[in-house]
Write a protein of this length. Structure first.
Length: 181
């Protein structure tokens, strides 16, 4: 068992209590300052690490931007080359004769009494070989071809027989007629 004897005067006891309070406050203050200092060190280290990471990310993004700019330039060149190719193809296509349209039109103009046996096309010339039942049907066919703007020499041998004869026509087709769409 412990026995306490209260021998100190009250002033001294009060002084000891104040010293304990002051000591506690000082310990608390130093602890608070130490914690703040520790937090400050941690934040400083984090700032240092983040600065290093930021520089690395900046360099990396610059490399990516530079690489993308190079790719962008390559794509732009490819696009320009493709545009030139498309323009060339369009120009070439515009200059290609539209034989399908010409042949369809010749077929529409052909009377029922005429049968075409052979067609051949070269440059702006169309050669037609066929058979006509009557001279009138053949003359009608020639007139329709002339009215369409086709040019051809008149072959007397086609006009000798009055019916059931073979014919050959050598048509010259105007360039603008061939190119029209």
């Amino acid at each position: 068992m412990k026995i306490s004897v209260n021998v100190l005067p009250d002033k001294q006891k009060e002084k000891i209590r104040e010293e304990k309070k002051v000591g506690f406050i000082l310990k608390l203050g130093f602890s608070f300052i130490a914690v703040l200092w520790l937090i400050n060190v941690v934040l400083f280290l984090m700032q240092f690490i983040l600065k290093i990471e930021y520089k690395a990310a900046s360099r990396s993004s610059e490399q990516v931007i530079t690489g993308n700019a190079g790719k962008e330039n390559q794509l732009e060149k490819i696009f320009q080359d493709t545009s030139k190719d498309v323009a060339s193809i369009t120009k070439i296509k515009a200059e290609i004769p539209n034989w399908a349209r010409v042949l369809a039109r010749v077929s529409e103009m052909c009377p029922a009494e005429i049968r075409m046996n052979r067609l051949s096309a070269e440059e702006n010339r169309l050669k037609i070989s066929g058979f006509s039942k009557t001279r009138d049907a053949f003359l009608d066919f020639q007139n329709k071809l002339k009215s369409e703007g086709f040019q051809f020499p008149v072959d007397i041998s086609n006009l000798v027989a009055s019916q059931d004869f073979n014919f050959d026509l050598d048509l010259t087709i105007p360039k603008d007629y061939l190119i029209r769409q």
